[in-house]
Design a protein. Structure first.
Length: 247
């Protein structure tokens, strides 16, 4: 199978390189990944500056852009055609529920799904700060063909697991609703410039029996099928008429 790998932690990240070493045992693996950490860039794309692409190793390329850039230019300029699948990760840290909106890891898989290419986002959480990526990489290698059957046009698979493994169970989950208690810090420099810094806070996760967060807490591998396209809500026709919104 021909596989395009990318991530948002950067091409030299351990999670990506462990995944490469495992998958290339049985597959033709190509890597186009950011040349630096690009975490939490969401589905952005760099449109107004030229990107630098540098070959780092056999079938491995570093790109100065963000994860979606890596997918776009990887397909158009490096592979010059579609692979059998796209895998983004393994990310250092979970991407659960609402996190998916901000995640560069998930965005790369979403871009693949928008192109109609079976795509997977992989993330690993650690309570100790120490990551053992091999168990999750081995799981993907073993079950790759069946995991890809969960993906389709406009749908990618978001996978989360807790380090270190091994894992006894894999479950199909729903994205959890998460609320971020973030803040900002501001100060005025001597030159009068106003500076602002993002300050991350605690995260509250809504309890959900089939939630991806709950699966992670139990020590299971979580698989969620995620829509790549924005979904519009059905609107009540009677309410629409009553609102009387007209030009």
């Amino acid at each position: 199978m021909k596989i395009l790998l990318t991530n948002d932690d950067g091409i030299m990240s351990e999670g990506l390189q462990v995944l490469v070493s495992v998958l290339e045992k049985e597959h033709e693996v190509w890597v186009v990944a950011p040349d630096r950490n690009r975490s939490a860039v969401s589905h952005s794309i760099l449109m107004d500056i030229p990107l630098k692409i540098k070959k780092k190793a056999k079938r491995q390329y570093a790109c100065s852009g963000v994860p979606v850039d890596c997918v776009v230019h990887g397909l158009r300029a490096i592979l010059k055609g579609n692979p059998d699948c796209i895998i983004s990760g393994i990310n250092h840290g979970a991407n659960l529920g609402t996190d998916i909106l901000f995640s560069g890891t998930a965005a790369a898989a979403r871009q693949g799904a928008l192109y109609g290419i079976p795509s997977i986002a992989l993330s690993l959480q650690s309570e100790t700060g120490t990551y053992d990526f091999r168990h999750l990489a081995d799981f993907v290698l073993k079950h790759l063909e069946n995991i890809l059957k969960l993906s389709e046009r406009d749908v990618f698979v978001n996978i989360n697991a807790m380090s270190p493994g091994p894992y006894e169970r894999c479950v199909l989950t729903k994205p959890s609703r998460r609320t971020y208690n973030d803040g900002t810090e501001h100060f005025i420099a001597p030159d009068g410039q106003h500076y602002a810094f993002f300050k991350g806070g605690s995260i509250d996760t809504e309890d959900c029996e089939m939630g991806d967060y709950q699966a992670l807490v139990r020590g299971d591998i979580s698989l969620s099928r995620i829509h790549a396209q924005p979904l519009g809500l059905h609107f009540d026709e009677e309410l629409w008429e009553a609102l009387c919104i007209k030009p």
